[in-house]
Design a binder for this molecule. Structure first.
Ligand SMILES: *Cc1c(COP(=O)(O)O)cnc(C)c1O
Length: 417
């Protein structure tokens, strides 16, 4: 007889053997004190209970790896908008968009997002993941005999969408224009082509050559699909992302983003021409057959998007903190990927040691950076992905680099030249 439990245990054991088994922290971020948070895993391990009454109001740990990049998850206006929406419209949406769930706040949010990207329309999904998966799979099916051309480092949600679309898939080397053109040239000019790529790549923090990619797309008549998940809210005069900063939003057919990272809430979206958005609205299973995001979520996201459209302070502070961190790491000889963005990946290049550095940071210094191992990044490039933001202080940055430097010495990791 087949041993179900044994089979699954074997899979888990192989992860553990490689040092790639994922352990989640039991966290509570503290409004008003963020990036400070409680690590409840520590309390429950003592007596199985969390001592709510004698918690340090400043929290236990400093979070260094959050995708709530700008601290909008605790922005007072965002929280008030969410509370107000709950009181006025209730907890859930009560249905899919088609069947009674199309509440006014989601309609307003889509108008706001279309305006953010200077597009005719936008469509909100449950998450950025679902937006990518649903849109790419649906587009691939709607365009007859289509080919999807995909950057080799595209996010898992795009890869899944392309897979489910069942169209022919061609991969080009990461941000490599020559390789992209080679692929484009090989495809029959009459066939529809979707060119799927990201602006800021989340694990290395590098930016695509967006103008040149658009030039190639135009030359070979490809439909451009851009994931701006790690850029919306953070780049461009109004937070419209890298395409906004570069003034070429009109050259991208569909811009995709998330409401969960810089905007600090949850949800994903696409924006583009009215017809393209209407087609996805009408045919995408992952949009049609699921309940609308709750009014409170839409209200929070709407407030956050509006705020970051007119406030540049958070963006400037984020860039300043990222630059400070890069300077401190350079001084200390800690190896990292020199990106031009807010993402600062410190390279350990070994899954077990990467977890060791992370564990020591947490146990000895109350600093939390999740180790990033395979399959999120290629084997041999294991790293600590640090995302400093406007709420980290210069003092915190210095403490972090000093802690890293001590650990580097203790476990004899190589310094940067
Ligand atoms: C996080 C992420 C997504 C998914 O967005 P969610 O809103 O978290 O589902 C999509 N693309 C990229 C590049 C991401 O890093």
């Amino acid at each position: 007889m087949f041993q179900y439990d044994q089979c699954l245990t074997k899979h888990l054991d192989s992860l553990k053997d490689e040092g790639n088994y994922r352990v989640f922290l039991d966290l509570e971020r503290i409004v008003g004190q963020y990036p400070r948070a409680y690590n409840f895993g520590d309390y429950t391990s003592v007596d199985g209970k969390c001592p709510r009454n004698n918690l340090d109001p400043m929290g236990d740990i400093t979070v260094w790896c959050s995708n709530d990049y700008l601290g909008m998850g605790q922005n007072r206006d965002v929280l008030d908008a969410m509370k107000d929406a709950i009181e006025r419209l209730g907890a859930g949406a009560g249905g899919t968009r088609n069947i009674s769930g199309n509440h006014h706040l989601i309609v307003e949010l889509e108008k706001e997002l279309a305006d953010l990207h200077e597009k005719e329309a936008a469509l909100v999904f449950t998450s950025g993941y679902v937006a990518n998966e649903a849109t790419l799979s649906t587009l691939s099916k709607l365009l007859p005999n289509c080919v999807v051309i995909s950057d080799e480092l595209n996010h898992a949600s795009m890869i899944q969408g392309i897979l489910h679309g069942k169209a022919e898939k061609r991969i080009f080397k990461h941000n490599d224009l020559e390789d992209l053109e080679r692929v484009l040239k090989e495809i029959d000019p009459s066939r529809p082509k979707i060119l799927a790529f990201e602006s800021v790549y989340s694990m290395d923090g590098d930016i695509c050559p967006i103008h040149e990619i658009c030039d190639l797309a135009e030359k070979y008549n490809a439909f451009t699909y851009l994931d701006e998940v790690h850029a919306v809210g953070m780049y461009g005069g109004r937070g419209g992302g890298i395409a906004d900063r570069e003034g070429i939003m009109d050259r991208i057919d569909i811009i995709q983003g998330t409401l969960a990272k810089a905007y600090g809430v949850i949800g994903g979206y696409i924006s583009g021409k009215r017809n393209a958005i209407d087609a996805i609205r009408s045919f995408a299973s992952g949009f049609i057959f699921t309940t609308t995001l709750p009014p409170a979520v839409a209200a929070g996201a709407l407030t956050s998007v509006k705020h970051l459209k007119q406030s540049d302070d958070e963006r400037q502070m984020q860039q300043r903190r990222a630059n400070e961190l890069k300077e401190l790491l350079t001084e200390a000889g800690i190896p990292f990927i020199h990106s031009e963005t807010h993402i600062v990946p410190v390279l350990v290049k070994d899954p077990v040691l990467c977890k060791e550095v992370s564990d020591r940071l947490l146990r000895e210094y109350d600093m939390y950076i999740q180790p990033i191992n395979y399959p999120t990044v290629p084997k041999g490039t294991e790293r600590l992905r640090i995302t400093p933001g406007p709420l980290h202080t210069t003092e915190m940055l210095k403490e972090l680099v000093s802690a890293l430097s001590s650990i580097w010495t203790e476990i004899k990791l190589p310094r940067a030249a």
